[in-house]
Design a protein around this ligand. Structure first.
Ligand code: PLP
Length: 428
């Protein structure tokens, strides 16, 4: 693969590598950026082109990722694996905005992607890269959504997919998808961090293409979330974008994309990025708050299984982006996550637990006076409500007390006899 004027560059030591060999990390162990010569592009022309592609009915550029293909992966059409991903809605947050105490709060629903999470945006680029490299197998470690997405994209283009998941620790909807799409699913003893270590070893040893977010092409695809938000806001830059942080690829992608648009003169300011972690899986928060070196959390734990990660691969990219954007890292409790989820769901929008860190974090930052109630804020909802039905039903039946979570806003199902009087008694 030979991109014109693009290369891989280490975030840590700036060492450069050609794009035509498979490589996930620098020799120094640092993570890699895809870099391109932005001087060769005209920002205003790009914007016009992207506006023209908006609403295309078919073809590669009708995807909410490939609409921005000039800043994605330079691949010929016949190598691109796409499910018309992206094109997700940006909702006024309604009751979830009132709950957070914000007047201009929007929710970008990445759970509306083909497999129900933002991972599809990264996966369309990552799988296309696998096709460019003539891979025949792809693999990932996953807390669930990456595997669901990878299995689907691999199935679409005939690649074999190999999935490493922590045994018994991923949400049911996600496991169901991995199996249904035909992924070879290996449940390993241990947590996500153990699975991540193993899959890297396996990929290096067995010539399988790795599709975790350590893969720099996945990050490229996920930049499109930010691009699409801006396009939906007619390129008016919000004051804040808030999102959950697990392996920290997504916020790294968001900030990288924003910096590129800024460099191209498409936007004149950068939105502040707030990364929200669960307090049981908070290595980035600890580092940020205490100004200490990065240190992994040994036994991460949270009901938001998508972000139950103690040793995030992209922490260095993540910190860089938060500093660029003059952003912040915050943490929220299990109760705050599930209450924010209940309110996001009740607003009629709905999302899985990890996603609702965005709403819980917005509320917390508004209460602390860090976000002003009038500021324009976009929260990213990373995954679909139906991914984790156990968490929803558990909360509404107030059965999460063993996890220290109360059903504050529980909407309990009521058992009645099949008689009109009984219905009337309930409805009043
Ligand atoms: C993957 C995922 C996250 C975490 O994103 P990172 O890039 O790992 O920080 C958050 N929410 C959901 C629903 C996810 O699937």
């Amino acid at each position: 693969m030979k991109n014109i004027n693009s290369w891989l560059e280490c975030v840590h030591c700036s060492k450069k590598y050609e794009l035509d060999k498979i490589r996930y990390l620098c020799d120094c162990g640092g993570v890699l950026d895809v870099k391109r010569d932005l001087n060769a592009l005209d920002g205003q022309e790009l914007k016009k082109l992207w506006e023209k592609r908006w609403g295309l009915k078919k073809g590669i550029e009708s995807s909410g990722v490939w609409r921005y293909r000039e800043l994605m992966l330079d691949a010929p059409d016949d190598k691109i694996v796409t499910r018309q991903e992206g094109n997700t809605r940006l909702y006024p947050a309604g009751k979830a905005g009132e709950y957070a105490g914000l007047k201009n709060f929007y929710l970008k629903h990445e759970g509306e992607n083909p497999t129900g999470s933002f991972k599809d945006r990264g996966m369309t680029c990552g799988t296309s890269a696998a096709m460019l490299f003539n891979a025949n197998s792809v693999a990932c470690a996953s807390t669930g959504n990456t595997s669901a997405s990878m299995a689907s994209y691999a199935a679409c283009c005939g690649l074999r997919s190999v999935i490493f998941i922590p045994s018994g620790k991923i949400a049911y909807g996600k496991l169901a998808q991995a199996l249904a799409y035909g992924g070879i699913t290996l449940q390993i003893e241990g947590n996500f961090d153990d699975a991540m270590r193993l899959v890297q070893e396996v990929c290096n040893e067995m010539k399988i293409y790795l599709l975790n977010s350590v893969n720099p092409f996945r990050i490229e695809g996920q930049k499109a979330i930010g691009f699409e938000i801006l396009q939906q806001l007619d390129w008016e830059v919000p004051d804040w974008i808030i999102l959950p942080g697990g392996n920290l690829g997504n916020n790294s992608a968001l900030s990288k994309g924003m910096m590129e648009l800024h460099e191209l003169g498409i936007i004149s300011k950068i939105p502040k990025i707030a990364v929200i972690q669960a307090d049981g899986a908070n290595p980035l928060y600890t580092m940020w708050k205490n100004k200490t070196p990065f240190e992994a959390v040994k036994d991460p734990d949270t009901i938001a299984t998508a972000i139950k990660i103690g040793n995030p691969v992209s922490w260095e990219k993540s910190i860089r982006g938060i500093k660029w954007s003059k952003g912040i890292v915050e943490q929220v409790s299990e109760q705050e996550i599930m209450d924010a989820k209940a309110m996001t769901d009740r607003a009629g929008i709905g999302a899985e637990p990890a996603s609702c860190c965005s709403v819980a974090g917005a509320k917390k930052l508004a209460e602390a006076g860090i976000i002003h109630p009038d500021e324009k804020v976009v929260g990213i909802l990373t995954g679909n409500l139906l991914k984790d039905p156990d968490a929803v039903v558990g909360y509404h039946q107030d059965k999460l007390t063993d996890k220290g979570i109360r059903g504050t806003f529980a909407n309990k199902p009521r058992l009645i006899k099949a008689r009109l009087e009984d219905v009337k008694a309930v409805l009043g």
